[in-house]
Structures are given as structure tokens and as C-alpha cells.
Design a binder for this molecule. Structure first.
Ligand SMILES: Cc1cc2nc3c(=O)[nH]c(=O)nc-3n(C[C@H](O)[C@H](O)[C@H](O)COP(=O)(O)OP(=O)(O)OC[C@H]3O[C@@H](n4cnc5c(N)ncnc54)[C@H](O)[C@@H]3O)c2cc1C
Length: 530
């Protein structure tokens, strides 16, 4: 008999909720977390400026109405310490600490067909068996440092934003180089600029950013909003992105140009990426509509940045707006008006090497005291591929995924019975309000496990045909949009050698949930139950 019903790997939003959900269903569960604290993303990414870009009213658990009512967020877009405090509150309130083992990395998980159980090995040398293995390892947890020649010779400290020292970094009087201008780079840059003697922002790709218009949560508004939280959550579950936003419901190309400008400006003024991109129905599927929105955004950069040549360099042109994760910031572009900030174009003159005193590009030398990498993650499949997962016949998951990650519904992989993935490849995952998607996945997995027990089954395994059909659908939906046109981490383009496969499901959170529910209602259609 297995030691446990369920092993959960990872203690971020997903692992924490999984611990609660499985225990509440009467199952024995243990969560292994590599970090020295819970929180996942919100534990590791403690760089200055780290902040949600989905509003706090949405980016929070909905499973407990009591939790929902008792917790008050201070800001529209909370900063990292507050999200981490929230997760600590949840773990305490629901008594989850005893279920979580910190400082423990899962190194291997092997399916034992004879015993119908997983054997899970951790880096302390221990091995546990479990009937089910739930991978809650995070879409954005395997961080990525580019291999720059000479980095090991650099005389100063260097940091990756996802492994930021918990007690902070003092950049006062320092010349700092920042590499990476995606969501994180855009958040951290103004904070570094405020302290450093000089900040050099090394930009390979200019990125689009909308303002947050972040503000304190008004208690009056909060009271009124919370009175209707349940029906709001319901609408979120049925929505496209996991956030009920109101678009015009019309294509931009059918709208008079002046009206488009008025609509976009109103949304720009109220802040937030989802309402802005969701204004019109054709922005993410029609290049002409997309170009109108992109030009609107470039105009905002031009009116913010005083030096026209810097402004032009900051204007994104390499991809359709929205096809890479849309960044959000209230102060990134204005930062380039500061005398201690320099934008360096490494598209035209790439970084050639790092040396003890700084960094060389194809046409210049930059003397630096510290380097900061905001270079993101081996997204979606990276954390799973770093575990030696072996399914039926000892086949490694990395072998199955050699041509790119594949799954059925983003939660299960053929050849890997009783292994479930939270927000895996082929689920809405990073293209949604992730807390809502995480809750949906965990509840669906819990229900599946309970169903197996109550119907006398011990294993569930995705059929290869169901997986093939689902991946074909994921690809078809993706290629009906503008998303594949960008060299983004959505397609693995940030990782040298990673197969270019578009894995997030773009069919919408509501339709995805409906499909998962249909599969369950049909007795887990697409799975072999034994
Ligand atoms: C800076 C930043 C900001 C973000 N902002 C938003 C936002 O505003 N809205 C949104 O929807 N999403 C956002 N995200 C995405 C975010 O990752 C998810 O919203 C969510 O926090 C993911 O939770 P998770 O539990 O699935 O994964 P994670 O939070 O990544 O947790 C996974 C955990 O698994 C652990 N782990 C991995 N491998 C192993 C192993 N082998 N053994 C043991 N432990 C392991 C990791 O250490 C980690 O703690 C953001 C991501 C980043 C990086």
C-alpha cells in the first residue's frame, strides 16, 4: 500500500490549494517545496517593484467565501509582500502547514505499474510512494540566465530577479546593468533607477506596456463589491480570461477612427491590460486592427519620453501587441527622462561578453558594478522537465516532450497514469487569471481522484488519441490568432534549442471549464480507467 494518497510537488498558489482540497476530500497528502518558504512565484520573486498585473479582487482564491470576506487588499494591484502575506494567511487559516515540507526538491518520480503507484524521490534522499502525483511546479518557476561569455569573470554581484536576496540589495551609488525588458524588467527598472548612480537598460526587444493606474482600495467600494462577490466569481469562471471584463463587443475595424481613439484613451486612463486589449473583438486576430492599437500605444510612448530617439527605440515593432505578455507599469517609460538612465540597443549591437569591470557590446563598453537579469523562465514545461519523471515502461517525460510538451486538457499526459499537472501545457494557464485557473484544475483533479475511488478504479490515464485531438485543437485555436507571430516565451523562443510549440490554450477559460466538465460528466471521457 502506498505511503500517501497524493504527493503534491510545489507550494505556490496551486500546491497550497491542492493540500486543502485533497485533505478536505479525506485523502492523505504531502506537499514538497524546494524553497524555504511557501508562495512559489510570490516567495521567489521578491525583487523591488514585483507586483500583480491582475487586480487583487480577481487574483485571490474564491473557494472560501469566508476568506474572501475577511481578507482586505490594500491596493488594486498588490505588491509581492502583500500576496505572500495572503498566502501565509491562507496556510494558517486552513491548517495547511503540517502538510507542507519545505527545503525539499523532488528530483524524480517513477510510475510503478505493478503496484499502481508513484515512487517520488526527494533531494534529501528519501523516497515516498503515492497513488497520485500532482505536479504544481509552476509555469514560471524554472528561471533562466542567458549564457553570456565571461559572466563568471564579472567582478561585481549579479542577480536574477526570480532569486532575489530576501533582505534586498542596496544599489546606492552603483552603476547597474539591467538585461531583460519584459514584465519583470519593466517593474524592477524604475526601482533600481531610483537608487543607482546609473542604470543601463540593455534592450533587445522593445515591449508594449499599459499603465496600471494603481491605487489604494477604497473601503466603501470594497464593501459594495464584496456584497456581490459570489456572482462576480461566477462571471469570472465563465469569462474568457478569468476576469469579467466588458469589451465593446465590436471589431475595431468596423468603428470610426476617432471613436477607436476615444475608446482606447478611456481604457488607457483607467488602466490595466485586460480591459485595454479586450476593448475590441478583432485586436488579437486581425493584424490591421492590432496595428491601430499598437500605434496608439507607440503614441503614448512618444508623448511620455522627452528624447525622440529614445522614444523611437522604446516603440515596439517586432510583434503584434498582446502576442507577448502585455507589460504593465505606471512609471517605466517616464523613467527614461531621468539623467541617470540610459537605454542601450542590443538588437543592433548585441552583447559580446562580460568582463571583470562590466559588459561589452558590438560597438561599446559599459562599466558596471552590478548586473541584474530579468530574463524570465523556461516557461510552462521547464520545471517539470527538470524532474526525472518516468511513466509506463520507464519512459522519461523529457523523451515524450522532446518535440514540445503534450497533454490532454493540460492536466494529464498519455503514458503517465495518475499524474496530474496543474495549469500544464495545453491549458489556459498563463493566458488567464491564474489563480482562477489553478482552482479549476485542482478541483477537477480532486473530483477525478474521488471518482476513481468511489467507482472502484485505481488508475486514470489519458488516451493517446485524446491527447492528440486536444493538442490539435490547442494548435488550431492558436494559429487562428496573432499569437504565434511573436518570438515569445509562450512558444519557448526565449530558450535556445526549445522546440517552438504554442502551448497555452487560447480558447478561453469559460469554454475550457465547460469542456473539462463535459469530460468529467461523461465518466472521464478520453481516459482509460482501470
Ligand atoms: C513576477 C511574476 C508576476 C506574476 N503576476 C501574475 C499576475 O498578476 N496574474 C497572474 O495570473 N499570474 C501572474 N504570474 C504567474 C504566477 O506564476 C501564477 O499566477 C501563480 O503564482 C502560479 O502558482 P503555482 O503554484 O502554479 O506556481 P508557482 O507559484 O511557480 O509555484 C511552484 C512552486 O513549485 C516549486 N517547485 C518546482 N519544482 C519543484 C521540485 N522539483 N520540487 C519541489 N518544489 C518544486 C517551486 O519552488 C515553486 O515554489 C506572475 C508570475 C511572475 C513570475
Amino acid at each position: 500500500m502506498a505511503d500517501l494518497d497524493v504527493v503534491v510537488v510545489g507550494a505556490g498558489f496551486a500546491g497550497i490549494y491542492a493540500a486543502h482540497a485533497f485533505r478536505s476530500a479525506g485523502l492523505s497528502v504531502r506537499v514538497f517545496e524546494a524553497g524555504s518558504g511557501i508562495g512559489g512565484t510570490w516567495f521567489w520573486n521578491c525583487y523591488p517593484g514585483a507586483r500583480c498585473d491582475v487586480e487583487s479582487k480577481d487574483y485571490s482564491y474564491s473557494f472560501s467565501p469566508e476568506l474572501e470576506q475577511e481578507w482586505s487588499w490594500s491596493e488594486r494591484y498588490p505588491a509581492q509582500p502583500e500576496v505572500l502575506r495572503y498566502l501565509h494567511h491562507v496556510a494558517g487559516k486552513f491548517g495547511l502547514w503540517p502538510l507542507i515540507q519545505l527545503n525539499t526538491r523532488v528530483t524524480a518520480a517513477q510510475w510503478d505499474a505493478a503496484r499502481s503507484e508513484w515512487s517520488v524521490t526527494t533531494d534529501d534522499g528519501a523516497a515516498r510512494t503515492a497513488r497520485f502525483c500532482v505536479m504544481a511546479v509552476g509555469c514560471l518557476s524554472a528561471y533562466q540566465v542567458p549564457s553570456l561569455p565571461g559572466l563568471e569573470t564579472f567582478g561585481g554581484p549579479w542577480y536574477h530577479t526570480s532569486r532575489w536576496p530576501a533582505d534586498g540589495v542596496d544599489f546606492t551609488g552603483k552603476r547597474v546593468g539591467l538585461i531583460g525588458t519584459g514584465s519583470t524588467g519593466i517593474q524592477v527598472a524604475p526601482e533600481i533607477a531610483a537608487a543607482a548612480a546609473h542604470l543601463y537598460v540593455f534592450q533587445r526587444t522593445a515591449n508594449f506596456a499599459v499603465p496600471n493606474r494603481n491605487r489604494a482600495v477604497d473601503p466603501e467600494w470594497e464593501r459594495a463589491f464584496k456584497a456581490d462577490y459570489r456572482s462576480y466569481r461566477q462571471r469570472a469562471q465563465e469569462s474568457f480570461l478569468g476576469v469579467p471584463i466588458t469589451g465593446t463587443g465590436r471589431p475595431a475595424l468596423a468603428e470610426p477612427p476617432a471613436e477607436i481613439q476615444r475608446t482606447l484613451m478611456a481604457r488607457w486612463q483607467s488602466g490595466g491590460g485586460m480591459p485595454f486589449l479586450g476593448a475590441y473583438t478583432d485586436v488579437l486576430v486581425d493584424r490591421a486592427a492590432n496595428d491601430i492599437v499598437a500605434e496608439f500605444m507607440r503614441d503614448r510612448i512618444r508623448e511620455t519620453v522627452a528624447d525622440p530617439s529614445v522614444a523611437e527605440l522604446l516603440c515596439p515593432r517586432a510583434y503584434p501587441v498582446g502576442a507577448k505578455r502585455l507589460c504593465q507599469s505606471d512609471d517605466y517609460f517616464a523613467m527614461f527622462n531621468l539623467p541617470n538612465v540610459t537605454l542601450v540597443d542590443i538588437r543592433s549591437a548585441p552583447i559580446s561578453s562580460v568582463y571583470a569591470g562590466g559588459l561589452r557590446t558590438a560597438d561599446s563598453v559599459y562599466e558596471l558594478d552590478a548586473l541584474v537579469f530579468a530574463t524570465g523562465f523556461d516557461a510552462i514545461s521547464g520545471a517539470l522537465n527538470r524532474i526525472d519523471v518516468r511513466g509506463v515502461g520507464g519512459v522519461p517525460l523529457t523523451e515524450k516532450w522532446a518535440g514540445g510538451p503534450r497533454s490532454y486538457l493540460g492536466v494529464a499526459a498519455a503514458g503517465f497514469p495518475n499524474m496530474f499537472i496543474v495549469t500544464g501545457p495545453g491549458s489556459p494557464s498563463v493566458f488567464s487569471n491564474m489563480v482562477l485557473s489553478i482552482e479549476q484544475h485542482v478541483e477537477w483533479i480532486r473530483d477525478c481522484v474521488v471518482y476513481l475511488g468511489s467507482h472502484g478504479y485505481s488508475t486514470a490515464q489519458a488516451k493517446p488519441s485524446a491527447e492528440d485531438a486536444w493538442m490539435a485543437h490547442v494548435t488550431e485555436v492558436a494559429y487562428s490568432t496573432l499569437f504565434p507571430l511573436a518570438d515569445s516565451w509562450y512558444v519557448g523562443a526565449n530558450i535556445p534549442g526549445k522546440p517552438r510549440v504554442f502551448t497555452p490554450y487560447l480558447g478561453g477559460v469559460g469554454p475550457y471549464r465547460a469542456r473539462c466538465d463535459e469530460v468529467a460528466a461523461a465518466g472521464y471521457e478520453g481516459f482509460v480507467l482501470d
